[in-house]
Write a protein that binds this ligand. Structure first.
Ligand SMILES: Cc1ncc(COP(=O)(O)O)c(C=O)c1O
Length: 401
């Protein structure tokens, strides 16, 4: 199967960041830290139905690609939301409500919110955000379980099935003309006008506190993965939208392993490569256009400022890849009984392409000793698209497993 990927090399772009990649100690504890991770872990692991998601070992593919180990963290099983995003938005909603209660002189935790102890106060609060699907679903879910109102803003390319998934949690879903960044803008203006509290997964000048919570929630996923591996990876492939997931994973690993940290490799869609373009320019750089890609969760034109601070000098290589190999990787994982969505497989698709280039392998030190971690960030979060791409429903894939 790996041979099929050579043809995508021509349409793959690479920025070698080796020169800028500093093997120093982690210094961004003001953004994300192991200390704040412990707090997030205590809250999130106490929620109903929390369980560790599986780590899959792709031994056959490791053999085919000539590396020692390939590990795939399967976020299809994250709560009932089928994506790692469940950890971030919902955690930030809980923290926001806890903060508002503190302002009212009440010391609460997320279990008090789950029990509805202060619902007479929280049900007067509205949280809101722009989303291309998964983050909005997490915020809507958080609002429904922790007891507040929710307004979600989606853009033209968000599918109807994703819209329905969000509405299922009782959120009011508003469709905005334009791309993801347009929906961010409309959400911000509407929130300001109506007194909503924005729970965004991206940070910008003057808006950093909530996105820190969102990213810190994601670190639960990497803590689980490292424990399941029982060994340190040599490489971590990270797919990027605004960079929040990647920064969360990198921060946790960098603070844990310091100068002995693995190499981080970023994979983005060709049409939404804001992290690669920022790396090339040496500063946050906006990508314009409709950002259209089958990797819906990665369809972002602007990096998260805080995420960029963590990633800019710690990411070894930035790649952008075409959409074409995505369905092939989803189908391959389906043969193993793994339900993986379009954005989940970006890292693995990138790896399958990279293995055909001696130059890339050498730049990234990928060889027969490599033990590589992939974050399979979603299952069939868009079940209609999943069935179209894989030719089977997730239930059919799981039945076979
Ligand atoms: C499934 C999935 N994977 C990865 C990402 C990328 O996360 P970030 O935007 O934090 O870079 C997203 C973002 O929505 C996503 O939905």
């Amino acid at each position: 199967m790996i041979k099929n990927y050579e043809k995508y090399l021509d349409n793959t772009n690479f920025f070698d960041n080796t020169k800028n990649c500093i093997k120093g100690e982690y210094e961004h504890q003001d953004i994300l830290s192991l200390e704040a991770f412990e707090k997030a872990k205590k809250e999130i692991t106490s929620w109903d139905e929390y369980k560790v998601t599986p780590l899959v070992e792709l031994d056959d593919l490791a053999k085919q690609t000539g590396v020692a180990k390939l590990y795939y963290k399967n976020e299809h099983y994250r709560f009932s939301l089928k994506s790692f995003k469940a950890l971030g938005g919902a955690y930030a909603v809980a923290n926001l409500l806890i903060e508002k209660l503190k302002d009212a002189g009440i010391d609460a935790n997320s279990n008090d919110l789950l029990a509805g102890t202060y619902s007479d106060i929280t049900n007067k609060i509205t949280v809101s955000c722009a989303t291309d699907g998964n983050h909005g679903k997490s915020v809507a879910w958080g609002a429904s379980i922790f007891g507040c109102n929710c307004e979600i803003f989606i853009h033209n390319h968000v599918s109807v099935s994703r819209e329905e998934e969000i509405a299922k949690y009782g959120a009011n879903v508003n469709r905005v003309n334009g791309n993801y960044d347009d929906s961010v803008h409309v959400a911000a203006v509407t929130a300001e006008k109506n007194g909503y509290f924005t729970v965004s997964d991206t940070s910008y000048e003057g808006y950093t506190s909530v996105p820190k919570d969102v990213m810190q929630g994601y670190t639960i996923m990497v803590d689980e993965a490292l424990k399941q591996m029982g060994e340190k990876p040599t490489h971590v492939f990270l797919q990027g939208g605004v960079g929040g997931m990647a920064a969360a994973v990198a921060s946790f690993i960098l603070e844990t392993y310091g100068k002995k940290s693995p190499l981080f490799i970023m994979i983005e869609p060709n049409n939404a490569d804001c992290l690669l373009q920022s790396a090339k320019a040496g500063k946050p750089t906006v990508v314009h256009g409709d950002l259209d890609t089958v990797m819906a969760g990665l369809s972002c034109g602007e990096v998260s400022l805080l995420a960029w601070k963590i990633l800019e000098d710690k990411t070894q290589g930035f790649f952008s890849i075409p959409d074409e190999p995505i369905a092939e990787v989803m189908k391959y994982l389906a043969t193993l009984g793994v339900v993986a969505g379009e954005s989940a497989v970006a890292g693995l698709a990138g790896f399958n392409i990279i293995q055909h280039s001696k130059r890339y392998r050498e730049a990234l030190n990928i060889d027969s000793n490599s033990k590589i971690l992939f974050l399979g960030t979603e299952g069939d979060t868009d079940s209609v698209v999943y069935e179209k791409m894989v030719g089977k429903t997730s239930s059919e894939v799981l039945k076979k497993a």
